[in-house]
Design a protein around this ligand. Structure first.
Ligand SMILES: O=C(O)[C@H](O)[C@@H](O)[C@H](O)[C@H](O)COP(=O)(O)O
Length: 322
């Protein structure tokens, strides 16, 4: 059994925030472009409030309790992530509370995600007077958006928020990405309505794609890449945004396109194309299922890979460094 000291040595100082995950953030001075960043797996998550409970135990009973708790609150977590958690999760054998332990771990990830987004947005606003912030849907980033809404230091008048992709359902449906993002973030922040740019799914699909394409084109034409920050996710099949592998982008593709999937419930999607996503100078991936990283690199032509490999990309998820 490892002692608390050796565990701390392995994971960093007590009280540290979730360990910074990967790539170097792009600098804002105009120094030469840094070399392509090698994606590194994030180091273990060590929630601050568990620092005093770092006695390790790996009894099967506790594993199942954590699995139940995490599985209940965040169903995307899989067994690979769970085993990472168990390897890096510490508790007092006589006073173990699986629920608060799991919640702290998850909360640390969400806080880290929110802080990263907030820091990048503030930097852009400060340096460029504007930030274009792309937000993905899906489940993983939503709690980070909720925490982002609590940050009172962001000048939202200077931020243009757009949707990376949308499921083609009316905005009142539970599967709507814009509904989730409005509920988690937009309805809680002082952002002018015209600064929230998203597809209108109440009109025919082609019309929706066409209008959204013009809006995104307008942003691309008018706002420098360096002022863009885009939050991404990766699906269990290695897709990102609503670009599904194997993905080849035709050269003449527009900035916003319509895609189809037969893997997921909502089949019709509206999404930024890869080249439009590549316009963003900064990508932040928020993943609760670390296994999707492996999937993205293994599947044939995952559109996530060029963005993961882009200079400055940051990935946060609960996975130990290998
Ligand atoms: O509309 C969507 O579903 C997304 O924008 C999509 O690209 C998402 O980011 C991934 O599927 C990951 O989803 P989870 O966060 O739910 O794992």
């Amino acid at each position: 059994m490892l002692g608390a000291d050796s565990i701390l040595a392995e994971v960093g100082p007590a009280g540290s925030d979730v360990t910074e995950v990967s790539a170097t953030a792009k600098s804002f001075d105009k120094s030469p472009t840094p070399p392509p960043t090698v994606l590194r797996r994030p180091a273990p998550v060590v929630p601050q409030d568990l620092d005093d409970a770092m006695i390790i135990s790996r009894r099967q009973g506790e594993s199942e309790m954590i699995s139940d708790v995490i599985g209940g609150s965040r169903p995307v977590l899989n067994s690979s992530e769970l085993s990472c958690l168990l390897n890096d999760t510490f508790w007092r054998e006589d006073n173990f509370n699986a629920e608060s332990c799991a919640e702290s771990l998850i909360s640390a990830l969400d806080t880290k995600g929110a802080k990263l987004i907030a820091d990048h947005v503030k930097q852009r606003v400060q340096h460029y007077g504007i930030c274009v912030l792309g937000l993905s849907g899906g489940r993983s980033p939503i709690p980070a958006y909720e925490k982002l809404a609590e940050d009172k230091d962001i000048d939202w008048k200077r931020v243009k928020v757009f949707l990376v992709d949308e499921r083609y359902v009316v905005a009142s449906e539970k599967d709507s990405n814009q509904r989730a993002i409005i509920e988690a973030l937009i309805s809680h922040i002082p952002i002018p309505p015209e600064n929230f740019i998203r597809p209108n799914c109440d009109v025919p699909l082609n019309a929706s794609v066409s209008v959204y394409n013009s809006q995104i084109r307008d942003l691309i034409n008018n706002v420098d890449s360096d002022a863009w920050v885009t939050v991404m996710g990766i699906g269990p099949d290695g897709h990102t945004a609503s670009l599904f592998p194997p993905y080849d982008e035709p050269e003449d593709t527009l900035d916003v396109i319509h895609t189809n999937t037969d893997v997921f419930a909502i089949t019709r999607r509206i999404t930024l194309s890869l080249h439009a996503l590549e316009h963003s100078g900064q990508h932040i991936f928020i993943l609760t299922d670390a296994g999707v990283l492996d999937t993205a690199y293994k599947v044939d032509r995952s559109p996530a890979v060029p963005l993961l490999d882009a200079p400055g990309t940051v990935v946060i998820c609960m996975e130990k460094e290998k």
